[in-house]
Write a protein that binds this ligand. Sequence first.
Ligand code: G1P
Length: 289
Amino acid sequence: MTSTFKPVRKAVFPVAGLGTRLLPATKTMPKEMLTVIDRPLIQYAVDEAREAGIEQLIFVTGRGKSSLVDYFDQSYELEATMRGKGKDLSVLDASRADFGELISVRQQSPLGLGHAVWCARHVVGDEPFAVLLPDDLMAGSPGALRQMVDAYNRVGGNIVCAEEVAADKTASYGIVTPGRSDGTLTEVKGLVEKPKPEVAPSRLGVIGRYILQPEVMQVLDDQEPGAGGEIQLTDAMAKLIGNQPFHAVKVDAVRHDCGDRAGYVRATIALALGRDDLRDVVRDAVGAA
Ligand code: G1P
């Protein structure tokens, strides 16, 4: 579909987080390198971004996170050995970044999601961009970001992915004050980070996919701390409302919160049940338990 809006070519992956909810697994390994079936979480997010037309992957990393960048490099010794043995190298295709496709910047201190996104400002420049939080594994076809880009091509502006969250879980999410809605697309009238259920404006929670206009970086320049003393992306987005179109979109995909033990196990089982080579094994194992 042709669109009058500037295309979304860049995606920011904030991957500097410590992953404390999954310790000790994440003591020496980035949580984004945890494997669901046969690929790390970061691969799912990168695949989804590429499918949505993203050309530049911007990783906001931190100390101890270098393996995320290495993962997308060429593995010279492995590839030479495999080639020598006549093995099929296509299994590695998606894990290789094109020359110049991947850029990483550092977030030296864990000052919040808004701060992490702001660390990418010079690479993002003056273009709309996507943000993908790899903890949220979005299982769907077409992928969640592809569906969001389709919505963006219709309405432009800023778009957050959203879903109805449990009434007692609003304090874990950015929550939308909803305006007019056509079912999947809802106008965003306000945004508040992690409100207690008693004060939450709705149960429409923001999940880890965003399409944002570059002006959000100027708002983030102020570095104002919000909920939890962190520089919140939600607060910066809230300041764009009224000046630019802002929508929440519900996508046709299942969200698995892999930053959490139960969500991570659920993701593994759900994805395995979707695969012809693993379905029977998983059913047997669950049946035997
Ligand atoms: C972040 C955002 C929050 C959003 C959530 C989605 O919170 O701050 O607004 O709803 O991601 O996963 P976190 O999960 O990093 O605490």
